[in-house]
Design a protein around this ligand. Structure first.
Ligand SMILES: Nc1ncnc2c1ncn2[C@@H]1O[C@H](COP(=O)(O)OP(=O)(O)OP(=O)(O)O)[C@@H](O)[C@H]1O
Ligand SMILES: [Mg+2]
Length: 358
């Protein structure tokens, strides 16, 4: 199963001109990817990224919609995007993903039953949420395994409004976890005997999805992200947030010892968090053991993080490569550039792939 669920999916078929566009609105930056169908696979046409000041998305909700709209518009003109239809995604604390087993006599009653049962444990009033679900397996004895996705309507609407105000038309609203799953399925060989953990270390959060046999069997969202490290650097070196961020992402020579020490501590914190989530997965699931870890998100670029995660978990760990199965024009993109953007491009590419699914 690819492309599990979409909250808002009135999209059918390929986008106009055979291109598929993924737009990822992150806490620290907005990323836009355009792919073009090339035979059975995809070719990278454009990738663009615009940084956001730290007060635009706070607690993973848009608080400055004008800044978001302007940034999306900047990206559109930067990559000269012609297609209006995009697939975008939500994440955050108002998003709930839950695997459920429901029992219905008649398959036609499945949706009513799923939504009715979901209402029983959603922490929000049901009138405030938008729900969607996907059947995971064929029913056995009238019992069906489904994956429920629920999000606060107000949060969904604020994301949609920003995308629309920027002149785009959100055809599918998906979830970061499923975008990562798409990237895995499009780029890595599948082996039904093993599960794979993908960990997206963003600015505001770390998101893990464990995928087994085409199903996102486990998801975990922790409010630990790159911003925590930036804030530490800011505090310890008495800098502005923006200067601390610039220093951290480097590019301007060797890091001061104090910063590398803080980075090392931060790496260990991420590794401990990943280990804790994996332990929780193994304890609470009868699913296949995880055989390797793929790191995504800007945080994956922290020097030596893969090794630190490998040491903490005992599992082979590498940075995800969303371009394994995607072709590109070497006159436009160098291998070095693609390596540098690989972890940042994972979610938007997964969304573009979603947009391209018929
Ligand atoms: N070379 C680097 N070394 C360390 N950290 C980095 C590097 N490059 C980017 N980062 C960090 O990665 C984070 C941004 O990653 P990403 O773009 O994946 O987050 P986001 O999608 O904006 O946020 P979120 O997914 O949490 O909403 C920032 O905290 C940034 O400082
Ligand atoms: Mg992100």
């Amino acid at each position: 199963m690819s492309s599990p669920t979409a909250l808002l999916s009135y999209f059918n078929g390929l986008l106009s001109g055979g291109t598929a566009v993924g737009l990822s609105i992150g806490s620290s930056s907005i990323k836009l990817v355009e792919l073009k169908k090339a035979g059975k696979s995809w070719k990278l046409l454009h990738f663009g990224i615009v940084q956001l000041p730290e007060d635009v998305i706070v607690n993973r909700e848009i608080v400055n919609d004008i800044a978001v709209v302007e940034s999306i518009k900047t990206l559109i003109s930067q990559i000269k995007l012609k297609s209006k239809a995009v697939c975008t995604a939500l994440s955050g604390t108002s998003l709930i993903i839950k695997r459920m087993t429901v029992e219905v006599a008649n398959p036609r009653d499945l949706q009513d039953q799923v939504f009715w049962e979901a209402e029983q444990y959603l922490p929000f009033d049901v009138t405030e949420v938008v729900m969607d679900f996907q059947t995971l397996k064929k029913p056995v004895d009238g019992k069906t395994d489904v994956l429920l996705v629920a999000v606060k309507r107000a949060v969904l609407e604020s994301y949609m409004a920003s995308v629309e105000d920027a002149g785009l038309s959100p055809k599918v609203v998906d979830v970061d976890f499923f975008a990562l799953q798409n990237v895995l399925e499009a780029n890595y060989p599948s082996n039904p005997a093993e599960a794979v953990a993908i960990v997206d270390i963003g600015a505001a959060a770390t998101k893990m999805v464990v995928v087994h046999d085409g199903i996102p069997v486990f998801t975990k969202d922790t409010a630990l992200g790159g911003r925590n490290l930036t804030a530490e650097i800011q505090r310890n070196l008495n800098l502005s947030y923006a200067d601390a961020e610039t220093l951290k992402v480097g590019g301007s020579g060797p890091l001061p010892q104090e910063v590398s020490d803080l980075m090392q501590i931060s790496s260990e914190n991420f590794a401990t968090e990943i280990k804790r989530s994996l332990d929780f997965y193994s304890a609470s699931s009868s699913g296949a053991p995880v055989s390797y870890i793929l790191l995504a998100g800007g945080g994956a670029r922290i020097q030596g993080l893969s090794k630190t995660v490998e040491d903490a978990t005992g599992l082979p760990t590498q940075i995800i490569n969303p371009f394994n199965a995607i072709s590109y024009d070497p006159a436009v993109f160098t291998q070095d550039y693609l390596n540098a953007i690989a972890p940042l491009a994972a979610v938007p590419i997964g969304l573009a792939l979603r947009a391209g699914v018929k």
